[in-house]
Structure formats: C-alpha cells, structure tokens
Design a protein around this ligand. Structure first.
Ligand SMILES: Nc1ncnc2c1ncn2[C@@H]1O[C@H](COP(=O)(O)OP(=O)(O)OP(=O)(O)O)[C@@H](O)[C@H]1O
Ligand SMILES: [Mg+2]
Length: 403
C-alpha cells in the first residue's frame, strides 16, 4: 500500500518531495455517477476525496504574498554581496502561518532555480528548525541532518559547521530557512552560543537567511547587542490573525472553492464569514482545520459510517437546523450519499474566542460552486504539474559523504 503521509521537510529528500508537489486536485463526478458506483468503487473514490480535503489548499494570503516578494527581492539584492547580506525575519503569534509562508518562499525559489539551471546539481534551499533547549552542536546537527551527513560523536560543532558550509557553498545554496527561532533565547548562555553559531553559518554560506519564530522581535534571538546586530541586517515581516474584513471573506471563499463535495450549496461558507471569524478568532489555522474537518465529516467514508465515528454535533456547539427534520432519541448515523449534507459543526482548535457564539442553526451544506455576490476569492498558490515524489539520491553526492 503506498504511503500517503507527508514527511517533515527537515531532510533534503523530504524537502524535494515537498517542492515537487503541487496543490492537490480532485475531479468530482456527477451525483448520478457517484450514486451509480458499486460500494468498493465509491469507497475508493471517497477515500481519495478525504486525502484531497485533508490537504485542501494553501491560500495566497497578503502575508504570504509579501514574504514571497521580500524574499525574492533579498535573494537578488544579496547576489553580489560579500559579507553583510540582508536577511528576512518572519515574526508573529503562534499558528499564524509563518512556517507555511517561508516554506512557500523556499519552494518558489527552488522551482525558479530548477527552471533556470535544469542541468545543474544544486541545493538551492535548506530548511531547518532551531532545536529547543539547544546547543551549537545541536543546531549544526540540524543542518547536517538536512543534508544527510553521517555524524560521529568525535565531531564537534565546528567540524560539523565547516562541513555544512563547504557543501552548501559548493551546492550553490542561496536560501537558508531557519524556523522556530524562538527556541534561541539570548537570555541564556546556550542561546547566546547558538546565536553566534547561526551568525557563523550566515557569514560562511553565501545565502540569504530567513528566520521565522513566535513574536521574536520582542524577545529571543534578536534582543541584546548580538541580537540587534543580526536584526539590523534584516527586513521584518509580521504575520497575525485576520481582522474581520474583505481579506477574511476572500480567504473563506478560496477555501470554499477548493471543496469537492456533492450537494454543496453555493456560498454557504462565505455567507457565514462573520460567524467563522468569531468562532476562530481570525486564525487561519483554526479556519483551515474547521473547514477540512467538516468536509471530511460530511463524507460517507467507511470510517464515518461507523456509529462510533459519527460526527453528530455535540449539544454544546450546535443547534438543529430549522429545515432539518426534528430528531428524537439517539442521533441517527447517516450513510451513503445522504452524508454529504452534513453541516459544518466540527470544533476548531486554536485560540479560543472570547465570546464563543452559539453556532448558527446549521452551517448549511458544503459545496464547490462559485459564491455569487461575495468578494472575489484570493488565489490559491499557483499550480505546477504534480510530479511523482521521487527521492533523488541528491544531485550532490551527499550519501556516504563523511566529514
Ligand atoms: N496560507 C495558508 N493557507 C491555508 N492554510 C494555512 C495557511 N497558512 C497556514 N495555514 C494553516 O495553518 C496551520 C498553521 O500554520 P503554520 O504552521 O504555518 O503556522 P506557524 O505560524 O508556523 O505556527 P507555529 O507558531 O506553531 O510555528 C497550517 O497547518 C495550515 O493548516
Ligand atoms: Mg511554525
């Protein structure tokens, strides 16, 4: 059975898989075709739809657009720079799309480099995350792990760092993404050491460094004299929860357009934009979870058909639809094609809104049609053909390369 999981992008093969993948696509059959399917065939079709909805879509938010723009600009400005290369800091509260944005920047950059130099062996982008309670050695190990370098206990952090810098310089790396930098705390001696080490990488790899972390402008890596020295060379970009407004409505419209559900009424989600905002506190993470979970719950998959997995709304979060037939006694499990009419009732994780509203009677039925009268949707990120996920041994012969 093929492994459908998506692996963390902290190794070169997994990063390349991520770069090769495009947003998923799914072609919905007509309802008549769907009903006419034999059970096993329909199960397979619905399982594929679950896969599709579990990933759904990356929305090109204004923050992503700006980060893509600034990142691109910096790589160009830094091209001929010798030492004081400029970097980018992406800072914001938790779960506001920082990692998503910097990975999209890395992906866009790598695809551009591949197009420009199709025959070159390069590693244009590195993605690492700063280790919690880390040390310079642990940080250097993250880079080595990305490259698949075999490490021995006798290697100290400088051995590892030098090998990493040499390989990345040779491999024409020009963008280094360092995520979770809130793990580097300048208030601690190990944090200071890690920051110095990061600076060493930034000085020895001729690349643009992009840092992302939770509210890092006020605390962490960029405080104190050393921190300010790094920050002075960086452009700052913020991510945040969305205020209620046209961007929020556009984002919902984009996610709604991406849904592939039968019998979904036009504009249902877009019409509930205000409620969804109050419910999620304007969090893109909560919104994405809520919509994906509701869509998956709406589907008549084998798992959903079992009574235990029934997604009947809990009393605290829903009230029955005025149009739904009154239910008495135990909740009924739905099955087969009926299930597609399941309302959006999943509870979203993430920032709990101060005023948790009563859910509207029913969120209506999810559907894929255009939302008339609603703001034009912002775009999902541009598509490129989805290629099979191969694990090139590394254009650079990294495997087996010792320090
Ligand atoms: N542009 C987007 N389009 C669709 N969904 C998004 C987008 N950005 C973020 N999300 C959703 O929000 C979730 C959290 O995003 P992400 O991990 O990028 O946030 P973060 O700010 O890095 O979080 P943390 O502070 O925990 O590191 C993602 O898993 C995804 O479901
Ligand atoms: Mg993150």
């Amino acid at each position: 059975m093929p492994d459908k999981r998506r692996m963390p992008t902290t190794t070169l093969p997994n990063w390349r898989c991520f770069v090769n993948e495009d947003s998923p696509e799914f072609e919905l059959f007509s309802e008549a075709q769907w009903r006419a399917m034999a059970d096993p065939e329909r199960d397979e079709y619905d399982e594929a739809r679950v896969d599709y909805h579990s990933e759904l879509v990356i929305v090109e938010t204004p923050a992503i657009r700006e980060i893509l723009h600034q990142g691109r600009l910096l790589t160009l400005v830094n091209r001929r720079e010798i030492s004081a290369r400029r970097g980018l800091i992406v800072s914001g509260p938790w779960a506001t799309g920082k990692s998503t944005a910097i990975k999209q920047l890395g992906r866009a950059h790598e695809l551009r480099v591949r197009r420009r130099y199709p025959d070159h062996d390069r590693i244009p982008v590195v993605y690492v995350s700063a280790p919690p309670n880390g040390s310079p050695r642990k940080l250097a190990t993250r880079f080595a792990h990305f490259l698949g370098l075999p490490l021995k206990s006798r290697h100290n952090e400088m051995d590892i760092a030098d090998a990493v810098c040499e390989i990345l310089t040779e491999a024409r790396c020009d963008l280094v993404l360092v995520d979770e930098i809130h793990n580097i705390q300048m208030g601690t001696s190990s944090g200071k050491d890690m920051s110095d080490h990061l600076k060493y990488f930034a000085e020895h790899i001729p690349a643009t460094f992009v840092y992302a972390g939770i509210n890092v402008e006020r605390e962490g890596l960029f405080t104190g004299v050393r921190g300010k020295q790094i920050a002075a060379r960086c452009v700052m970009q913020h991510t945040a929860n969305f205020p209620y407004g046209s961007e929020w409505r556009s984002m919902i419209a984009t996610m709604e357009h991406a849904l592939r559900l039968h019998r979904h009424e036009v504009g249902t989600l877009a019409r509930q934009a205000k409620y969804l905002h109050t419910r999620t506190g304007g969090s893109i993470s909560s919104l994405s979870h809520l919509i994906r979970a509701a869509a998956i719950s709406a589907m008549p998959t084998a798992a959903n058909r079992s009574p235990a997995a029934c997604c009947t709304p809990s009393r605290s979060t829903t009230t029955p639809s005025p149009t739904a037939p009154a239910r008495r006694g135990k909740p009924r499990t739905t099955s087969g094609t009926q299930r597609e009419r399941f309302p959006l009732v999943a509870s979203a994780p993430g920032p709990a809104p101060h005023r948790r509203p009563t859910a509207p009677r029913i969120m209506g039925f999810l559907h894929e049609a255009a939302c008339q009268g609603e703001p034009a949707p912002v775009h999902a990120l541009a598509r490129t053909p989805r290629r099979p996920c191969s694990h090139p041994a590394g254009a650079f012969a990294l495997a087996g390369r010792d320090l």
